[in-house]
Write a protein that binds this ligand. Structure first.
Ligand SMILES: Nc1ncnc2c1ncn2[C@@H]1O[C@H](COP(=O)(O)OP(=O)(O)OP(=O)(O)O)[C@@H](O)[C@H]1O
Ligand SMILES: [Mg+2]
Length: 227
């Protein structure tokens, strides 16, 4: 049942892909509630459906079966424009490769301001950089930041947009351990904000941060609950 404490409610959601070898299911019969705060981790081996499920939540993938509600609204009943409006207003994505998340021709501060402007918001970029542990880098080209610092900035852009949901696909997988630590610190900090984080990962240290861990095996939810 949809609840105001859930940002997403999924009921028996299935996604199919048509391939030269026939129809492949990305996820099967997924029934799940995602709380509107804290970190929900989608964990599981390669091919288990983590990215597929994240694309469903990002309203990029239309399920072939089942029901997906966003804050109580059945998204299946919305057209392209309605889904795009939710994406623009409420959802931000952080991809695994840091350079896919930032505008490399803008400084760190300008990336934050551009993100805020894209959502018609103001942004105190210096204060946000301080909060992200990136104080003093406002005028730096983003290429001068380490991979971990770039991922921190990518999460900062999501905050600058005022998104209530941040969806991140393996945000530490392209980083060395030290850079990944920076991202884990940022996730710990964001978990204290009024924002729902949904993160896919193989990284046990990230999985441990989950206020909720959803384990997927071959497209199905395996185990579901607090770690
Ligand atoms: N665009 C696509 N076309 C065809 N099949 C796909 C497509 N995307 C995913 N699949 C299939 O759906 C299943 C789930 O894939 P998905 O990418 O969601 O897994 P994953 O858990 O994110 O894996 P990884 O850890 O490797 O990123 C796999 O069998 C995959 O081959
Ligand atoms: Mg994936």
């Amino acid at each position: 049942m949809p609840s105001p404490e859930h940002v997403f409610d999924l009921h028996e959601v299935g996604v199919d892909y048509v391939t030269p070898a026939g129809v492949v299911s990305g996820v099967h019969d997924v029934t799940l509630a995602v709380p509107s705060a804290g970190i929900t981790v989608l964990a599981g081996p390669s091919g288990s459906g983590k990215s597929t499920l994240l694309r469903v939540l990002g309203l990029f993938e239309q399920p072939a079966r089942g029901r997906l509600c966003f804050r109580g609204t059945d998204v299946g009943g919305l057209g392209h424009a309605g889904r795009r409006a939710i994406r623009r207003r409420d959802l931000s994505q952080v991809f695994q490769n840091p350079t896919d998340n930032l505008l490399d021709y803008l400084s760190a501060g300008k990336n934050l301001r551009a993100a805020a402007e894209s959502a018609n918001r103001d942004c105190d970029s210096e204060a946000l950089l301080d909060q992200l542990g990136l104080g003093g880098t406002a005028s730096w080209p983003v290429t001068a930041l380490s991979g971990g610092q770039q991922q921190r900035l990518a999460f900062g852009c999501a905050l600058a947009r005022g998104s209530s949901v941040i969806l991140a696909d393996e945000p530490t997988s392209q980083l060395d351990e030290q850079s990944a630590d920076l991202v884990l610190d940022t996730l710990r900090d964001l978990a204290r904000h009024d924002v729902a984080l949904v993160v896919t990962s193989h990284d046990e240290r990230l999985i441990e941060l989950g206020t909720r861990v959803v384990r997927l095996t071959a497209g199905r939810v395996d185990e579901n609950g607090d770690p």
